[in-house]
Ligand binder design. Structure first.
Ligand SMILES: [Zn+2]
Ligand SMILES: [Zn+2]
Ligand SMILES: [Zn+2]
Ligand SMILES: [Zn+2]
Length: 770
């Protein structure tokens, strides 16, 4: 998804392998990014562009005049099934203008208001007040003045609108208006420019640089867990298309599946059900007309016609293009213009040119080359006053590690960017300057070089923007949550943080704003560290090292990696096997021997692995039963699995914890809150061993447990667990997290309850989870 699609990748790699050796050498040994780009660009043939164009056509990005009719029918089906969410999304896949367009293709006009009304009704039912009123006002403005509408029809429309508005008002008191809450959340987190050097960071940190660590942030005073350290808007972010195979893999002409693109704003990443689609394409949808306009002015006017190509070339190319488009509006666009004049005046030598050449080449020789130049500000990416801001200048100075990428990879990136440049030129997005002397690089080439630099930078500097998605069936009032990747963005300040496999911070997102909080106490003078992905609770040291070396080009020597080097061969406890006779942990590599000195048990690892795989398969079947509303059978199967697990897995094995979690889900589905809570508490113990007592994973488990106690009316336990969950989640997310808000609602509900009459209560206050 980040890189181009496989077909294009293998096409380019084949092209590379067939190049004459001498050309391969020229490109491999090219010293500057502009040389790599210009040499590769010359090799891009019309047939290559044709191949790419055919791939791009596989994506459904153009407006189809027949689509509204189709989506209306599919939406109606969902509406009848009371799947209001699905119906809204399908109704939203078209906008009023689409419907107007469809009219010319025989779309019955009398059905238009009906469909829009249904969409508004769905939104009201779902409690999406803001989006509902937006849809209602769209309806009013578009149809009230329509002379073609018969009087009787007009009246029906008006009556329905009134009814809907009343319904919306009734709901209003129950639901919080989302954008208002969001605005407040973001205001509450303001850093108020207290850090003069790095305005997106708090005054508790300061920017340093040294030859070993490069640029990094350090604590200037003692920091407490939960303290906000960085709050930064993405310089640019690109929404992930989600699992959306191109058209040729689909039987149906239109996709009725709900993807990220249907649920989140293309520009600000806000969650929204009533998206406003772009007039020109079918893949960009926004939360509001404002967002659509802003995106159009900043970048979408160029991107709109390139949808299929950008999906084919991958997210990194898309971010590279968008970064340069956004930069046009910044002072830092001078960087690009300066570069341009530099390439044009290849033969003239000026101090300015020196700096610029350096900016483009600095990475080939490593960072050290960058030092000692008088024209460079003290820390790369800072302005002349030493201020490091989240702007294009900072983005431009992120390291592309050009020399570390393989020649094939550089060729792939360069050729992809060249193809993008040709399309930009063909689409009239770029107009060549009048007086470019022949033989010298054009402004378009400079644009290409800048984009190539961004694509290469992104491998080490792209930040995944994640969100917590809640899963769980309608009947099951305990929601599971999982972290999903929503978008990829560039955050120049967060990019300053070095990696640790056991970091002292936690990153979370609201829309496309990232916040970094201390996840533990950080002493004055300590470095602020962030995990690039390979976390000690998710991967073993060897796996982490391999990942960090191949993607980020360094060997990790963080505390966790140091400790693991010296620790015994048992591996982490959540992967450990235990002895079938005495229950002690097994040790060793290919043959495992019981860790207890008085026991002689031994077994081959292969045998244990195959037992583990069988067990995983069984658990998978149980989950399927659970999803298909067969909790009793799931419980039977899971209890059998548990007995099996006891004979060879450690009690803290992650699969043992997952089974407890599944059992908790199954009992919750049956309404047996007590049994459910007992199992969830056991799962909690495993999560604690693996991720630590104040980890975000622990927070999510505690949240689930709080829901269970709440549903089961176990008031003291519920209040106690709510408090624990709040404490943990607050450290990672701050007060405006959805789960914390939910916990607070639960708490106030419990505290407001009248004294409970004696006798068991059958119905818990389930209202919150429906
Ligand atoms: Zn938006
Ligand atoms: Zn568009
Ligand atoms: Zn490490
Ligand atoms: Zn033993």
């Amino acid at each position: 998804m980040d890189l181009p699609v496989d077909e294009w990748k293998s096409y380019v790699f084949q092209k590379w392998s067939l190049l004459p050796k001498s050309i391969q050498v020229t490109i491999s040994t090219a010293e500057t990014l502009s040389d790599i780009f210009l040499h590769s660009s010359l090799l891009l043939q019309p047939e290559d562009e044709m191949f790419l164009q055919n791939l791009s056509r596989g994506y459904l990005v153009e407006k189809d005049p027949n689509a509204p009719l189709f989506y209306r029918e599919e939406g109606n089906k969902k509406f009848q099934q009371k799947d209001y969410m699905g119906a809204t999304v399908l109704y939203s896949k078209m906008c009023l203008k689409d419907i107007m367009r469809a009219q010319m293709h025989g779309y019955p006009e009398r059905l238009q208001p009906k469909m829009m009304l249904r969409k508004a009704e769905c939104l009201v039912t779902l409690g999406r007040r803001q989006e509902a009123s937006q849809t209602i006002s769209d309806l009013e403005s578009s149809f009230s003045a329509k002379p073609t509408l018969a009087a009787a029809q007009f009246q029906i429309l008006q009556t329905n609108l009134c009814r809907l508005k009343m319904k919306a008002q009734e709901k209003e008191s129950l639901t919080e208006t989302f954008p208002a809450a969001l605005t407040k959340a973001l205001e509450d987190m303001d850093l108020k420019g207290e850090n003069g050097q790095v305005p997106s960071a708090s005054s508790s940190v300061s920017l340093r640089t040294d030859p070993l660590r490069g640029r990094y942030l350090v604590a200037t005073k003692d920091i407490l867990p939960g303290e906000l350290l960085v709050k930064e808007d993405a310089f640019v972010s690109v929404l992930h298309p989600g699992e959306m195979p191109p058209l040729r893999h689909l039987e149906s002409k239109w996709d009725t599946r709900v993807t990220n693109g249907d649920l989140y704003c293309h520009r600000c990443l806000d969650h929204t059900l009533a998206t406003v689609p772009c007039d020109g394409c079918s893949y960009a949808k926004y939360c509001s007309h404002d967002c659509m306009q802003q995106a159009w002015d900043l970048y979408h006017s160029v991107e709109c016609s390139l949808g299929g190509l950008l999906l084919t070339l991958g997210v990194f190319c898309h971010i590279a293009l968008r970064s340069t488009l956004v930069a046009r509006f910044e002072d830092a666009s001078k960087v690009i213009r300066k570069l341009c004049s530099e390439i044009r005046n290849r033969d003239t030598c000026s101090p300015e040119r020196e700096t610029l050449v350096q900016t483009l080449t600095c990475d080939l020789g490593g960072e050290s080359e960058n030092k000692g130049k008088m024209l460079e500000p003290p820390v790369p990416g800072c302005d002349l006053n030493g201020k490091y801001e989240s702007n294009y200048n900072a983005v431009f100075h992120l390291l592309p590690h050009t020399g570390n990428h393989s020649p094939e990879h550089r060729f792939l990136c360069a050729l992809s960017v060249s193809a993008l440049c040709r399309r930009l030129e063909a689409a009239g997005c770029y107009k060549p300057a009048a007086a470019v002397p022949p033989g010298s690089g054009s402004e378009l080439d400079v644009w290409g070089v800048a984009m190539l630099k961004h694509v290469l930078q992104l491998q080490c500097n792209a930040q995944a923007i994640t969100t917590i998605q809640h899963t769980g069936s309608k009947e099951n009032s305990v929601t599971n949550s999982r972290q999903v990747r929503l978008a990829t963005g560039i955050f120049p300040v967060i990019s300053l943080l070095n990696h640790s496999c056991s970091p002292n911070t936690s990153v979370s997102f609201i829309s496309n704003v990232a916040t970094v909080r201390a996840s533990q106490q950080i002493g004055k003078g300590q470095e602020i560290l962030h995990c690039y992905g390979p976390h000690q609770s998710r991967m073993r040291a060897a796996e982490r090292q391999q990942k960090l070396r191949s993607q980020y080009f360094f060997d990790c020597s963080c505390a966790a990696c140091q400790n693991e080097k010296h620790s015994a061969a048992t591996g982490p406890r959540w992967e450990a096997f235990c002895c079938r006779s005495c229950g002690a942990l097994m040790q060793g590599d290919d043959v495992l021997i019981c860790g207890s000195t008085s026991c002689m048990e031994s077994v081959s690892r292969d045998h244990l692995i195959s037992r583990l795989q069988d067990l995983q398969q069984q658990v998978g079947m149980a989950r399927k039963l659970l999803r298909n509303d067969k909790p009793e059978r799931a419980i039977q199967l899971l209890l059998g699995c548990q007995r099996d697990a006891q004979s060879f897995l450690s009690g803290e094995h992650s699969l043992v914890g997952e089974m407890e979690d599944d059992l908790a889900q199954a009992y919750a589905a049956l309404g047996d809150w007590q049994k459910s809570a007992t199992h969830l508490q056991k799962s909690l113990q495993v999560v604690e061993v693996r991720h630590g007592p104040s980890s975000v994973e622990m927070g999510h488990e505690l949240f689930k447990l709080a829901q269970l106690f709440f549903n089961g009316f176990a008031i003291p336990e519920a209040l106690n667990t709510i408090q624990k969950a709040e404490k943990v989640l607050m450290v990672h997310y701050g007060p405006w997290n959805d789960e914390i808000q939910e916990l607070q609602k639960m708490k106030s509900c419990l505290l407001d309850l009248p004294p409970i009459p004696a006798g068991p209560s059958v119905q818990g206050p389930n209202v919150f989870f429906q």
